[in-house]
Design a binder for this molecule. Sequence first.
Ligand code: ARG
Length: 459
Amino acid sequence: MAQLWGGRFTKETDQLVKEFNDSIRFDKRLYRQDIKGSIAHVEMLGKQQILTEKEREMIVSGLRQLLLEIEEGSLEISGSYEDIHSFIEANLTERIGEAGKKLHTGRSRNDQVALDMKLYVREEVGKFQQLLLRFLQVLLSIMEEHTETVMPGFTHLQKAQPITLAHHMGAYFEMFRRDFFRMKHLEETMTTCPLGSGALAGTTYPLDRMYTARLLGFQEPSGNSIDGVSDRDYLLELLSDLSVLMMHLSRFSEEIILWNSNEYQFVEIDDAYSTGSSIMPQKKNPDIAELVRGKCGRVYGALQSLLTTMKGLPLAYNKDMQEDKEQVFDAIDTTRMCLKLFTGMMDTIRFRKEKMEESARHGFTNATDAADYLVNKGVPFRDAHGIIGALVLLCVEKGISLDQLELSEYQKISSVFAEDIYEAISMDTCINKRLTTGGPAKEAMEESIKNYAAFIGTY
Ligand code: ARG
């Protein structure tokens, strides 16, 4: 038996139509959720005496048996079934006979599939939270180790001001913590159960929708049966959250690729997370970071695709909605893989402290501090800016950094300069005087680290 709806048809479905229409190829991954939803539905039918105690018992144990067989591999989800729902129902009936045909009482595939997807996404959203916490833990460990590792901070990809590696990683910690909160928020809003919406107009059977909702871990049944079968907002929210998460990973990838280049040499990616070239023996490529950056587009694509699918749909269920599955599954699989790999790569990456510090020293990253030095001695900031600008120009000509410039040269331009200029523009001063909350100073970073550790500790 392949179809659930042969009754009113006189002809076989065209083979190409069948291939086009069937969804089992991708919705088979919903088998656990489908069985779980069916068990809850049947428990409720039993409680409401819509099924007899014996029927309820037979169906529930038959479904449990099916789950067992699928999980241990003795029952393969294949064959010519239209979708996972028909597969489960047909196999149940094969095993328990007539009672199996009563499983679908008071239900439609429309509310069934809406439930299956919601259950699936709820689980995945929980797993994403765990993966994000693991990643945040890795970032935190890097921060703890590098509150004194000096590096240049950039704007416009030009060296701007000195910061520390801990500070830079802290920016990513904030970003991925927001991703964590977005996932948490999504989970907290997925509280209504679509089951019992029927095809669109509910059902004449005396269902106890609250009972089924509670059995499945929801707070309540969905408030409108038409919306119950046609709501895909939570999938759009998921795809949007995954897109932002991938955007963060992609920005991070871009930096790792730059930092790993011969020009920067800030990091060395572990051999286990690098790849070689088939022709150039010297190469160790950051392929993982590049692939993560590349796959970002695919997740954005899923969001755009589903938004477009949904935009013209009249109420209630339309088959277009079947298109949600492949996009959502692919976006989940892709993002999960990227997050896992990125976590491993960052956990094993080596930071070349000397190169980072060297780079910070040689990019006039302390020029702001040199100007502030003059301001502290009473020079108006705009004048100070001009004076330091001229000194930077002089250093560029000489090929040296500000701290290598003789005091006499400083004093030629302004008599305000004294020996303490060197202390004022040292990397240590530039960083550790920046004590503003969220700033790079060791003291400020230690405060952030304490807060981040406490945050992770609460989950
Ligand atoms: N495969 C369908 C989907 O994913 C299941 C619902 C089918 N409902 C229907 N009325 N044909 O949307």
